[in-house]
Design a protein around this ligand. Structure first.
Ligand code: NAP
Length: 246
């Protein structure tokens, strides 16, 4: 149970982040639903959480901007209290073959997917270190482990998150803070709805469990990793991919 815990879920307004926000609330946590552009989607998640009888707050913040994260922390502490759980979920894709990839597409993906994780972990982690408690889960991808043609920027950002997770796990362990990563495979979401039927069929062929993942498959693992049941687990990257990358 996560009663009396305050959780921040970056990119908690849609897709996997939304499922994580709802799952943590189901366990009793108060949840900050972070977003950047779609305030309506964030408000809907907040309302759903409040209907469960838990506290929730929508906060607009671009994770690649330190000032935005400082403001998110201030708003959270004022409304809900100190943060014990951070789920770095916000992420984007800007796909294209390397030869045609624009510098801006590289920068956008690295800034949000990797620098965003660095900033949120540094600024919220600093608070957790003082309290000597906390759980951090970073959402990476199997693409960060296996690479993917057309996603050099995304794969680099997600591989970076894995190295970052291991390093910070070592730095924060003495203060009772565990830091893990989850690596989803192919999960149905707005991000994957952009892919062609042919690409989706190819992925299906490569998934031993024979189905695409759903956001709840990831949310179930995250809720375990932020609970007391995983107190002795840190620095790990756990795949949720139906066996795609065995
Ligand atoms: P999604 O449906 O596109 O949702 C992305 C979320 O991130 C939205 O809430 C969005 O907010 C938010 N966001 C985007 N840029 C942001 C920024 N700069 N600052 C704060 N929030 C920002 O994505 P998803 O498929 O659920 O993916 C979630 C995470 O899982 C990502 O890290 C992704 O790389 C990873 N992942 C996904 C899959 C998959 O198959 N779907 C597989 C492996 C890994 P707005 O609504 O305001 O834009």
């Amino acid at each position: 149970m996560l009663k009396d815990k305050v959780a921040v879920v970056t990119g908690g307004s849609r897709g996997i982040g939304k499922a994580i926000a709802l799952k943590l609330a189901e366990q009793g946590a108060s949840v900050v639903v972070n977003y950047t552009s779609n305030s309506q989607a964030a408000d809907e998640v907040v309302m759903a959480i409040q209907e469960m009888g838990c506290k929730a707050l929508a906060v607009k913040a671009d994770v690649s901007k330190a000032d935005d994260i400082e403001n998110l922390i201030k708003a959270t502490e004022a409304e809900l209290g100190k943060i014990q759980i951070l789920v770095n979920n916000a992420g984007i894709t800007r796909d294209g073959l390397l030869i045609r990839m624009k510098e801006e597409e590289w920068d956008d993906v690295l800034n949000i997917n990797l620098k965003g994780v660095f900033l949120a972990t540094k600024l919220i982690g600093k608070k957790m270190l003082k309290e000597k408690q906390g759980s951090i889960v970073n959402v990476t991808s199997v693409v960060g482990l296996m690479g993917n043609a057309g996603q050099a920027n995304y794969a680099a950002s997600k591989a970076g998150v894995i190295g970052f997770t291991k390093s910070v796990a070592k730095e924060f362990a003495s203060r009772n803070i565990n830091v893990n990563a989850v690596a989803p495979g192919f999960i149905q979401s707005d991000m994957t709805d952009k892919l062609s039927a042919e690409v989706i069929e190819n992925y299906m062929q490569a998934i031993p469990l024979g189905r695409l993942g759903v956001a709840n498959d990831v949310a179930n693992l995250v809720s375990f990793l932020v609970s007391d049941h995983s107190n002795y687990i840190t620095g790990q990257t756990i795949q949720v991919d139906g066996g795609m990358y065995i």
